[in-house]
Design a protein around this ligand. Sequence first.
Ligand SMILES: CC(C)(COP(=O)(O)OP(=O)(O)OC[C@H]1O[C@@H](n2cnc3c(N)ncnc32)[C@H](O)[C@@H]1OP(=O)(O)O)[C@@H](O)C(=O)NCCC(=O)NCCS
Length: 175
Amino acid sequence: MPGLDPKAEIDFLIDDKQALIPWLKCHGKKFTWMHIERELQLADSEGHVFVRISYGEKTAGYIKVGVNGTYIHDFGRIVTFPPETAFIYDTFILPDYRGNNLSFYAVIKTLSFLKERNYKRILCHIEGWNVASLKVFRKSGFKEICSIRFSRILGLPIFLKNGYRPMASIRSILG
Ligand SMILES: CC(C)(COP(=O)(O)OP(=O)(O)OC[C@H]1O[C@@H](n2cnc3c(N)ncnc32)[C@H](O)[C@@H]1OP(=O)(O)O)[C@@H](O)C(=O)NCCC(=O)NCCS
C-alpha cells in the first residue's frame, strides 16, 4: 500500500461541521450538489459524520456519511437507515489533488472511525461510469451488492434492482 503524503490530514466533524460548511458553500457554486440546504439540515439534526480531507493547510475534499435520516440527492429522497448502518453519500476531491490516494486513505480512515463507533454495515452508492470512484471503494474493501436504476415516469420515481426487478422505493433496497 503506498504511503500517504504527510501533508494530508483527515478530521471527523459531527456536532460542529463549520470547518467544512463555508468551503462547501464556496465550491458549491461550481459543484452544485455539494451544498444542498435540505441535505445539510438533516446532516446536522441526524448527527452525520463529515470527513474533512486537507492537504497542507488547505481543504482538498470531503466525505459525507449519513446515519439515521439521510437525504440522498441522486434519488431526491430521504432514507432512514437502521442503527449500526452508515451510508457514504458524497465523496469529493478537488481536481488539483486527485490521483494521490487522498480519497482512498480518507475512506479507509472513515471505515475505521465508523467501526470503532459500532457501525457494522457501511454502504455507498456509485454510478457505473465512475471508474475512479469504483476503484477507490473496491480497493477499500467494498463489495457490490446490487445495481439500482432510477428514472421518473410522469414524475413518479421508478427503481429497478439489478436491471429488471421493480422496487416500490429506494428504502426497500437501502433502508
Ligand atoms: C472519485 C474521486 C473521489 C477519487 O479521488 P482521488 O483522491 O483522486 O482517488 P485516488 O487517488 O485515491 O484513486 C483514484 C483511482 O482511480 C484512478 N482513476 C482516476 N481517474 C480515472 C479515470 N478517469 N479512469 C480510470 N481510473 C481513474 C486512479 O488512477 C486511481 O487508481 P489506482 O488506485 O489504480 O492508482 C475523485 O475523482 C472525485 O472527487 N471525483 C468527482 C466526484 C465523484 O465522482 N465522487 C464520487 C461519487 S461516488
